[in-house]
Design a protein around this ligand. Sequence first.
Ligand code: ADP
Length: 461
Amino acid sequence: MNQNKLFNLTRIRLALSYAMVMGLILSLCGFGVYKAVSHAHWVTLDQEVESVAGTLHDSIELKLKQPGRLETVIQELLPNICIVGDKCIQEQSNPKRHTLSAINQGYYYVRFFDNSGRLIAIAGSYPEGLSPVLNKKLWQTLKDSQGKSYHQISFVLHTQDNRNWGYIQVGRSLEDFNSYLDAVKLILALGLPLAMGLVAVASWWLAGLAMQPIYQSYRQIQQFTADAAHELRTPLAATQATVESALLMPSLDEAEVRDILQTLQRQNLRLITLVSDLLLLARLDRQPTLRQKCCLNEVVSDLIEEFAAMAYTAKVTLTSSIRVDEPINIVSNYDQLYRLISNLIVNAIQYTPTGGKVTVILDRSENYAVIQVEDSGIGIAQQEIPRIFDRFYRVNSDRSRSSGGSGLGLAIAFAIVQANQGNFNVQSELNKGSTFTVQLPFDVARLNSIRSQFKSLIGNG
Ligand code: ADP
């Protein structure tokens, strides 16, 4: 499958999964909010009905004399009261109709049953079609003939001399309550798809953001593989051409065979160097290095000795300058330090014309050992400096290739500095020279604690 398609598909999958999870969470939250709102309203409603019914019950009970008989004074207390099988007292004719203002609001009805469960009277906004049969349950939810709901509370009534009078039921219409909950439901039902739409857009964007580093590192690996294959092909093709031309010759004398073998050896050596450089880079990326105390003075003097011949051939003066009296020791890996500084020295000699100078400087600061490789060579253009540490990157590939460089030297040096938690700095001017500065910490553990202290200071400050 095309890689771009694969990345797009993964992005879609990621976005969909994220949107689904978020959708589920949002739905659950919406459901929870609805339940909480509805519960809070039920509680308030129960309290309201209970308090209205309680007040009514207490004020009526004081006036009841005979079981099952509603005194006239009570009848005057309630609006729109109707005695079953008798008269109805109209609201307008009732002078005390404001006595129980809640009943007057139009949401409440009151009904009275005698001890045998017979409906005696109704009052307030009595709905049509409510069952006239007494149900003594404390709380009930009833429906009228139009399907409207009512929440009802029932109490036992006593006469003044504490005999059972009968029952009072106070009901409240749930119309306003239901329409409020319907509005909440509607808002949630409309808000959820809108929120889902926003979540989908956000998911797509976030998935893109999450994929970016993966995509970038994939491109880097792709580039690296192509570059590595290209670098490997050059010596392989040269070897193949040498062998083919040798085979085409009818006969070979000893000098020719020697010549061919030397060419093959050169190309083979190039292959070996390239492969071991690649392996070293892979190891530096993966494994922590084995560290022990090692002396940088020793490494520098060994390297000056080793590259003296190369510098002599290139007609470049190679010197060292040790700027501290006592030996500079750091906890690191000797082979890596050797490789790091040697790569810098080789480059300095290679990119310095005849008659130039290369100096290796060893110094120290409070926490770091400082190694500088200074040359009076061709220099590097400012815009090239950020790229010279990239794997296989060469500023001038022809010149670099002819000198045997594969473009991995600085990448390896950089990886070693990183593995040692050090810093790299390059200063260069075209046609004047370059200075590569490496700082390596004396004590990595101490450096880490200083760094974390500094971070926490910045965090607090
Ligand atoms: P190479 O194997 O080509 O030397 P490096 O990774 O060591 O690869 O260096 C990358 C590029 O940086 C080189 O091709 C060269 O152009 C540039 N470079 C490195 N060191 C120097 C230097 N001391 N002076 C000028 N250019 C340099």
